[in-house]
Design a protein around this ligand. Structure first.
Ligand SMILES: NC(=O)CC[C@H](N)C(=O)O
Length: 195
C-alpha cells in the first residue's frame, strides 16, 4: 500500500493524518528531509506559509521536496501548502518551492471573511464539497498545463498540474473524503505506473 507523508513542520498536520487513516491509507508525519525517501506522496498542510518556509529552510527541505517532485511523485498543497507550491506569489518577489505554474494571492478573500464555509462543485465529484476556508489564498492566474478543478465566487480555489494538486481550503477539516479521494487516486496511479 502507498505511504503518504504529511509535512509535519507547522499547521494542520494531525488532521490530515487522521483523514488519510480514515480513508484506509497509510500516513506518516515527515519531520526530516531524509524521510521523503520512504514515501510515495506528500501533503503540505495549511498553516502559515511563512512559518512553514522558515522551518523548511532550517531543516533543508526545499531542494529535497523539489527533487521529490522531479520524480513525479504526487504532492498535494492545501491552503498555505498551495502558497508553498506556487511559482509566483502575488505582491512578492519570491516564491517558495516554485513547482506549480500558478500565481497565488494570499489571504485573498478579505479580512471580513477570515474564515467561511462554502459548498462548492468540484470537478470529478458528484456532490458539492463543504469547503472550509481560513485566511485562504486563491489562484489569480494559472498556466496552460494547469487544470482548474473548482472555483468559489469566481476565483480558482482548486487546481491540478500533472502530479501536483492544490486547493485553497482545508479538506481535512470536514468529514467528506471527496477531495482527498481525488489525491489518493493520483497516488494509486503513480505507484502503479513505473517511471
Ligand atoms: N489556513 C491557511 O493555511 C492560511 C494560509 C495563510 N494565509 C498563508 O498564506 O500562509
Amino acid at each position: 500500500m502507498a505511504t503518504i507523508g504529511i509535512l509535519g513542520l507547522q499547521g494542520a498536520v494531525e488532521e490530515h493524518l487522521k483523514s488519510i487513516v480514515s480513508a484506509g491509507h497509510q500516513g506518516t508525519v515527515i519531520k526530516l528531509p531524509h524521510q521523503l525517501d520512504g514515501i510515495d506522496a506528500l501533503i503540505i498542510p495549511g498553516g502559515e506559509s511563512t512559518a512553514i518556509r522558515k522551518l523548511m529552510d532550517q531543516f533543508g527541505f526545499v531542494e529535497k521536496i523539489q527533487a521529490f517532485s522531479a520524480l513525479k511523485k504526487p504532492i498535494f498543497g492545501t491552503c498555505a501548502g498551495m502558497v508553498l507550491l506556487a511559482e509566483r506569489v502575488s505582491g512578492s518577489e519570491d516564491s517558495h518551492l516554485g513547482l506549480m505554474d500558478i500565481t497565488v494571492q494570499r489571504n485573498a478573500f478579505g479580512r471580513q471573511k477570515e474564515s467561511f464555509e462554502a459548498e462548492i462543485p468540484v470537478e470529478g465529484l458528484l456532490n458539492p464539497f463543504p469547503a472550509v476556508f481560513i485566511r485562504a489564498p486563491y489562484i489569480e492566474q494559472a498556466g496552460s498545463e494547469v487544470e482548474v478543478l473548482a472555483t468559489c465566487e469566481g476565483s480558482i480555489v482548486m487546481a491540478r498540474q500533472n502530479h501536483l494538486l492544490a486547493c485553497s481550503f482545508h479538506p481535512e477539516l470536514t468529514d467528506d473524503p471527496g477531495v482527498l479521494l481525488i489525491f489518493l487516486e493520483m497516488v494509486e496511479q503513480s505507484v502503479s505506473t513505473p517511471l
